[in-house]
Design a protein around this ligand. Sequence first.
Ligand code: 5AD
Ligand code: SF4
Ligand code: FES
Length: 365
Amino acid sequence: MTENIKEILNKDFFSKEDLITLLSCEDGESRKIFELAAATKKKYVGKKVYFRGLIEYSNYCSKNCLYCGIRAGNSRYVRYQMTDEEVLEAAIYAYQNRFASIVIQSGERNDKKFISEIERLLIEIHQLSDGKLHITLSLGEQSEDTYRRWIAAGAQRYLLRIEVSDPELYTKLHPNDRHHNYYDRLEALKTLRKIGYQVGTGVMIGLPFQTIDNLADDLIFFRDFDVDMVGMGPYIEHEDTPLFQYKDTLLPLNERFRLSLKMVAILRIMMKDINIAATTAMQTIDPQGREKAMMVGANVIMPNLTPVKYRQNYLLYENKPCLDEEAEECKSCLEVRIAMAGDEIGYGEWGDSRHFENRNEGKGE
Ligand code: 5AD
Ligand code: SF4
Ligand code: FES
């Protein structure tokens, strides 16, 4: 007989079976999960939500992930790279508006020119903010040497989603070549940890071929890897991608959303002091998606600082919000949304992962 949700939620450690039960429960039952997640967030990370100003630096990508709209094989988008001035302007905006942190994200490139451009930008951003603006990178798999150069130039955190934690499922969602290798990605995450980054990872939820069993494994992956930050959200099909052919096999959008919300809530209960993002993909399905994620555990949000002229070319998935809103509009919009979720914005605070801090304090003893 399966245990009831309440009994499972009383445990200190969830088994895979527990996670499957929690992920499969009915809407009425998930309320209990959401309540405990909200209380856990309040107790361990507080009511503050931290801004990470998002700079979508470039949509050039050398990879061909089968789900992603800006994959190299898609010729529909005009490829762009922001100028240094545009990046620095966005960084200054973040600094002056007391965002305290920015994220630089782009498609994956490993050429020397790109690596040095990022290094140079990191140094300049560090200088212009007197080291007060913390920088997260989300630039894919790179060599250990590159990761070292970028941390030396001023980055503190790195986001590299594992996308799915099951190696077999990974091969169904990526071309089977040496550029898309699950074990290389895992190795890259380990290297980032070793070098001293605050490491974030994440998955997509509701992918073709993905099961509840896979999602339970994803949560266990986060716990076993002992990640500092997680960003995850629903998979949203994109017409110009190979995976689009499976669109009729997917969960309906509202169910993908509910499942994503549950993943956030369960993860908050499991990993009490990590940073969890309320992702844009959540809002793509539900107009109040990010508020709902904050109410069940998310404590980080990424206002978009990319110049509006580039936004329609950075569509990893369809119906992405904020295509026409300038930085100022996204900021005001999020201020209202965060207040609606009953939280406050940690202006001027780095909002580093407490989990990272706690682990490193432990090391010194
Ligand atoms: N739906 C949702 N998320 C996607 N990503 C890429 N394509 C999609 C999609 N179709 C996510 C991946 C990647 C992050 C930057 O965007 O998880 O790591
Ligand atoms: Fe490139 Fe990242 Fe999209 Fe894969 S998910 S195609 S690496 S931008
Ligand atoms: Fe961009 Fe709401 S966050 S318009």
